[in-house]
Write a protein that binds this ligand. Structure first.
Ligand SMILES: *Cc1c(COP(=O)(O)O)cnc(C)c1O
Length: 398
């Protein structure tokens, strides 16, 4: 039996061979012309992927948590009021992080499994005169997607900067940064972007850059100071690269390859592929009798699914049994759901066959823990769904 398995967790995801090959190419100087070209290409491609022609992309070594920090460390000043819309673990993390940078934070909590109510969010921003607010687009701990298309309008009405934690959404869920007026949209390499872990990525719009330039106090983070990175990033794009901290050269080379794939697939086709494959997977788990954590269908993310296990089933036993079929899935993450839910990532280079294989493995897992479903029920429902909506050419990740 082969040692390979299919990685279907909410990051890291499966990576394409040419992306992985780029990480293994000989490491060149950070000033080598070939690297300058790759880095400039990656930055330009980020504007296309974020649909933000006016944005300033940042690529800095770090995980998604660092992208969260990079997004706000240069924007908040001690004593600033900030509002965090929390749908789970990563919203709470943002509240902690902002407080660490001296912000006075108000958290608007959505009940577990629900999206944040945008009126409640705007009320909190208004009543606190917050200068910044954050929203987790897709909460990886609940599988809930909060709509973000109106956030730019809220930010402008209230004179605040909006920050979207898109770690589990960028390049999978529909995001139109410029036309939706989103000030900062951040992610990390290992999720729908399709590059091994290690890069913090974000695009800052003009209002965010203006806010940064108008600050009165020094940025408290050294490594996360936009002032250190901006000249370097702009230099790479103008052909005059500078130095602040050594870039993660091999990962940036891989990023350039992956972003090119994403751009050539086309953003609309990519959003649609994620929507269709999520629909297929979610039809499958429903047919297997596994309720989903998001309380309403419109809150179900397209990049991952979070499902309840039947009562009395041991999560670790179930996840292990699914793994026996060669498919790696994740357990729960939210403290209220941890032992009773499992999570499946379906983002990045995912294809219809991956979703069907995962449903087959989930079915085998249910059988192994003594809760069998009708054989083939999940795969059948997903196949029916695919047959009803899919144009085959929209389903091949390129
Ligand atoms: C994964 C994730 C993070 C954290 O990313 P790390 O790379 O694990 O630091 C933050 N926010 C969301 C929404 C995520 O899905």
């Amino acid at each position: 039996m082969k040692g390979r398995s299919l990685l279907m967790i909410p990051g890291p995801t499966e990576f394409e061979p040419d992306v992985l090959a780029a990480t293994g190419a000989p490491t060149v100087s950070h000033l080598a012309p070939s690297f300058v070209e790759a880095f400039a290409g990656a930055l330009a491609a980020m504007r296309q992927v974020w649909l933000s022609p006016s944005g300033q992309p940042f690529v800095v070594a770090g995980s998604g948590t660092f992208a969260m920090e990079l997004a706000v460390a240069s924007l908040v000043e001690p004593g600033d009021r900030a509002v965090v819309a929390s749908t789970g673990v990563f919203g709470d993390r943002y509240a902690d992080l902002l407080a660490r940078h001296g912000a006075e934070v108000r958290v608007v909590h959505a009940p577990v499994g629900e999206a944040v109510d945008l009126e409640q969010l705007e009320d909190a921003v208004r009543s606190t005169s917050a200068r910044l607010f954050t929203v987790t687009h897709v909460d990886t701990s609940t599988g809930v997607r909060t709509p973000v298309s109106e956030l730019g309008a809220i930010a402008r009405r209230r004179g605040a900067i909006c920050v979207v934690d898109g770690v589990c959404s960028v390049a999978g869920e529909e995001i139109r940064q410029d036309s939706w007026g989103l000030d900062v949209v951040l992610t990390a390499s290992q999720k729908a972007i399709g590059v091994p872990p290690g890069l913090a990525l974000l695009v800052a719009g003009p209002r965010a850059i203006e806010r940064f330039e108008a600050r009165r106090t020094p940025v408290r983070s050294y490594y996360g100071d936009w002032g250190k990175w901006l000249p370097v990033l702009r230099g790479y794009e103008s052909g005059a690269p500078g130095y602040f901290g050594t870039p993660a050269i091999n990962l940036v080379a891989a990023l350039a390859v992956s972003l090119q794939r994403i751009v050539s697939e086309g953003m609309d086709a990519r959003f649609r592929r994620h929507e269709i494959l999520a629909g297929a997977f979610q039809a499958g788990v429903e047919a297997l009798g596994l309720p989903q954590v998001p309380a309403r269908p419109e809150w179900r993310a397209h990049t991952l699914s979070a499902c309840h296990l039947p009562g009395g089933v041991s999560l670790s036993e179930f996840v292990r049994a699914v793994g026996e079929s060669g498919v790696v899935i994740a357990g729960g993450l939210h403290p209220d759901l941890r032992d009773r839910t499992f999570r499946v990532g379906h983002m990045g280079s995912v294809r219809a066959g991956d979703v069907l294989a995962t449903l087959g493995a989930v079915e085998a897992g249910l059988r192994a823990v003594g809760r069998p479903a009708r054989p083939g029920a999940g795969v059948e429902a997903a196949s029916r769904f695919l047959a009803s909506v899919a144009v085959p050419s929209t389903l091949g990740a390129r």
